[in-house]
Write a protein that binds this ligand. Structure first.
Ligand SMILES: Cc1ncc(COP(=O)(O)O)c(C=O)c1O
Length: 398
């Protein structure tokens, strides 16, 4: 008979109870169908403003067919990590296509954007190096920095003078990595890429950008912020994701041949985790075809973005400094953001509340993301609901 045993994880329940008491406890919402502009979540038909599926590619017929065809031809799994037996020709084809698309020498694909960031930063830096990082950079960059054991110097958000001050305090011979998000995921503003590239050149830093939310969204045919700002050749390491606008799953690093070969040898998620199923690689290749051949989808995303963002602003919501299809509705208290999200949902609009620790304690928000595939009627419906619920909760004036 097993002896009764005190649960050594009981403190976790205490933490959860505390989240509930603060109104910050979140139940996972469940989609009952495809990831689309209008969908069914928890048995309710809603306009979906929570998805990173910017271009609607998760259900694009060309991606779906490519994935099905690859599954029929090549099976459902790769069966190994890349460095042993898990490099199929379809993985190499995807890397070649991405390199040509991004106009770089080479690309390596990771299982996710998270793995690409964390695996790359931790591989290229050692404990003797310094990383200079925007305070709002993504968690995967922060984890990569921690894993590298390099000294981490954080500069205030987009504060180029602040970054310069840090750089001036470091010895010239110090190896340094300057890193920013291309699009900040919770605020939707753009990294100060041109100014940071100039700083990196002045101080001899490695320049890195995480373009997860810019991939497929910014630049010609969705090439990202390096293309958007005309910074080709000035960013040493570009990370992109295949999980958001590209519609499937994965992340990639674009740069020099030497960088990519080094990552083949040293990036731990590449070395120690199984590669993508062929269907994922095939869908991503088809997505590049779509970006190149159907750029009107990206135009549609931007038309919808302008319509919805200006609509929220006209209603009097605080949308921060967003410059992208990500538009936050900043309300302050975490509990208010969760209440707003819940009421929107009850009225047929799915937009998640985001609170501390994902954003600062006094900057809780509901985050909205429009898609190319939203109709004007759907977006107008969402604006009407925001107006009514915003008034009801006293977030905007009556
Ligand atoms: C800025 C940023 N970088 C990286 C990632 C990770 O990308 P993925 O979802 O492909 O792992 C995300 C996703 O949340 C992100 O927002």
């Amino acid at each position: 008979m097993t002896k009764s045993r005190r649960d050594p994880l009981s403190y976790l329940q205490t933490e959860l109870d505390s989240l509930k008491a603060q109104g910050l406890y979140r139940r996972l919402r469940v989609l009952e169908g495809e990831q689309k502009a209008e969908t069914t979540v928890d048995h309710r038909k809603v306009v979906n403003l929570s998805s990173n599926n910017y271009l609607g590619l998760t259900t694009h017929p060309r991606l779906r067919e490519a994935a099905l065809d690859a599954t029929r031809r090549l099976g459902v799994g790769s069966g190994s990590v890349r460095t042993i037996a898990g490099t199929m020709d379809i993985h190499m084809e995807l890397e070649r296509r991405l390199a040509a698309f991004k106009q770089v020498e080479a690309v390596v694909v990771f299982q996710s954007g998270f793995a690409a960031n964390a695996g790359t930063v931790s591989a290229v830096l050692t404990k003797d190096d310094v990383v200079i990082s925007d305070e709002l950079n993504h968690a995967s960059i922060i984890d990569g920095c921690r894993l590298s054991r390099a000294t981490i110097k954080v500069f205030p958000h987009k504060d180029v003078a602040g970054a310069r001050k840090v750089l001036e305090s470091l010895p010239a011979a110090q190896r340094k990595l300057l890193i920013t998000d291309g699009v900040f995921s919770m605020d939707g503003d753009l990294g100060a890429l041109p100014e940071l590239c100039a700083l990196a050149e002045e101080f001899g830093c490695i320049m890195m950008v995480d373009d997860a939310h810019a991939s497929g969204v910014f630049g010609k045919n969705g090439r990202g912020t390096v293309d958007h700002f005309g910074m080709h050749g000035r960013v040493d390491i570009q990370v992109g994701t295949l999980s958001k606008a590209i519609g499937a799953l994965g992340g990639y690093v674009a740069g020099s041949k030497a960088l990519i070969e080094f990552l083949y040898h040293r990036a731990r998620p590449f070395l120690f985790s199984t590669s993508h199923p062929p269907a994922v690689a095939a869908a991503c290749i088809a997505a590049i075809d779509v970006l190149e051949q159907e750029p009107q989808i990206i135009d549609r995303l931007w038309e919808n973005t302008k319509f919805f963002k200006s609509g929220l602003q006209a209603l009097g919501f605080n949308t921060g400094l967003s410059e992208s299809p990500i538009t936050p509705v900043i309300v302050g208290e975490g509990a208010t953001a969760m209440k707003l999200s819940d009421r929107l949902f009850e009225e047929g609009v799915f937009a998640q509340g985001i609170a501390f620790p994902t954003v600062a304690r006094d900057k809780a928000r509901v985050r909205t993301i429009v898609m190319a595939t939203h109709t004007r009627d759907e977006l107008q419906f969402a604006l009407d609901v925001f107006k009514n619920v915003g008034k009801e909760l006293g977030i905007i004036g009556a």
